[in-house]
Design a protein. Structure first.
Length: 153
């Protein structure tokens, strides 16, 4: 009799362990196993008035219209030497539009705001459904003053 006949459990282990690992990997990748996505605001949760604490106000209406008052952004201008000169500006637009881009994983939802101040600006939708926040960067990402958080009031 072969060695496998004396130890049938060994053959079962050699076949089941890779199969279980493969199923666990697929389950984790698809989100069936592992931690649940954090609760994030959806489109309907984002409707309302947001303030940045420095005079900037964004109002998102259910019909897709938006209004911006005093929202700081950085206008960049190319220099002759190839560098870029950035200067702060403030956006005031009472006839803007907004849309919601839902993504997987859910922590990367975005609010897209179209203004006369610039093209469609992607803003991150953060917080929870009951206390949403919209976040954007007014300038170079990573600069301490660049991250702007608007909280619904």
């Amino acid at each position: 009799m072969s060695d496998w006949g004396k130890r049938p459990w060994l053959l079962a282990v050699l076949l089941l362990v890779p199969a279980a690992a493969t199923l666990a990997g697929i389950g984790t990748y698809t989100g069936v196993l592992g931690p649940e996505d954090p609760p994030r605001p959806g489109r309907a949760d984002l409707v309302g008035r947001y303030e940045d604490g420095e005079g900037g106000v964004v109002t998102l209406r259910a019909d897709g219209k938006a209004e911006l008052t005093g929202v700081k952004y950085m206008a960049e201008y190319p220099e002759a030497d190839g560098s870029v000169f950035a200067t702060p500006k403030w956006c005031h637009d009472s006839d803007a539009n907004w849309s919601f881009a839902e993504a997987r994983p859910r922590w990367s939802h975005q609010v897209l705001i179209g203004t006369r101040c610039g093209a469609w600006i992607p803003w991150d939708a953060e917080g929870t459904p009951s206390a949403p926040e919209i976040v954007y960067y007014a300038g170079t990402t990573g600069h301490p003053d660049a991250r702007r958080v608007l909280t619904r009031r």
